[in-house]
Design a protein around this ligand. Structure first.
Ligand code: HEC
Ligand SMILES: [Cu+2]
Length: 264
């Protein structure tokens, strides 16, 4: 009997010790996560740029399609905006070291019923991603130096040019919600628009009339199937004028996955 009493006492003590911890950032207090937070999780070295650069790259390719984080330039909407998720607690004094533990814990033990896959990154990449998010979540300003150029600017590539009826517009190879270019040109007539996508993020390519930008305005000419790690195609007949090419995955167009196609 007395041994049973001890078994019951230790979680209660732990509960007292845990009270006041910023569990709120996750909405729920997963015990495994708390263990990580309590363990201290080491320190984030501000000057450790190599790790932060690796962390940013991995964040953009593995996390950015679902999460917005201003410093990383990502705009995914499937999961919570990570600046907003941590802002309140950080302003109230939550240590960034603790944020780092929370992020590591979330990657290792996401809600099993939620949309976030487990173990998207592991080992040193796990530590680097957590360090990057912890350092820059809800931090005003812009990444500087090598960090700033660690990931290519979305859509900044050379314009795509139609040749022999074929127009190729690749999705961002690093998994950003963007095509490699936001400009394309073609001559009037039948065209096959292909979208190579070597990333693991599912995209398609659709074409509509007019310069709609981030929101739908014109009439849709056609749309490819969705694909990851393969090439999708759509056949359209183009008249001279301006069109918008865009991705129909939820939130992708709003996040900037579109461009202008000029037909002459
Ligand atoms: C497929 C979409 C998806 C991907 C990819 C993804 N997440 Fe998540 N994430 C979610 C969702 C949805 C939630 C909400 C809670 C849950 O389901 O666990 C979440 C929750 C979180 C939280 C908790 C935020 C809060 O408000 O408490 C953090 C931190 C987080 N994710 C970080 C990451 C990191 C870092 C990566 C990349 C290694 C990543 N996520 C990749 C969908 C995703
Ligand atoms: Cu997309």
């Amino acid at each position: 009997m007395s041994s049973q009493g001890e078994v019951h006492e230790s979680p209660r003590q732990a509960g007292r010790a845990r009270r006041g911890l910023p569990c709120r950032v996750l909405g729920a207090c997963a015990p495994a996560l708390l263990a990580l937070v309590l363990a201290g999780c080491g320190t984030v070295k501000g000057g450790d740029d190599v790790n932060l650069i690796a962390g940013k790259k991995a964040f953009v390719s593995k996390c950015g399609s679902c999460h917005a984080l201003a410093r990383a330039g990502t705009k995914g909407i499937v999961g919570p905006n990570l600046d907003e998720a941590f802002r309140g607690s950080i302003e109230e004094g939550l240590q960034r070291n603790t944020v780092r533990g929370v992020v590591e814990g979330q990657i290792q033990f996401p809600n099993p019923e939620g949309a976030m896959p487990k173990d998207l990154v592991k080992g040193s990449t796990l530590r680097d991603v957590a360090a990057y998010v912890a350092k820059f979540a809800a931090r005003p300003g812009k990444d500087t130096g090598l960090l700033a150029s660690a990931v290519e600017a979305p859509g900044a590539g050379k314009p795509a040019v139609e040749k022999g009826g074929k127009l190729s517009i690749s999705a961002s190879p690093s998994g950003q919600l963007a095509y490699v270019t936001n400009k394309a040109t073609a001559t009037a007539g039948a065209a096959t628009v292909e979208m190579p996508n070597i990333s693991g993020v599912s995209h398609n390519i659709a074409i509509e009339t007019g310069e709609g930008g981030a929101s739908a305005k014109g009439a849709k000419l056609g749309a490819s199937e969705f694909t990851t790690k393969s090439t999708a195609t759509v056949h359209v007949t183009l008249k001279p004028g301006t069109y918008t090419f865009f991705c129909e995955a939820p939130g992708h167009r709003q996040a900037g996955m579109f461009g202008t196609l000029t037909v002459k």
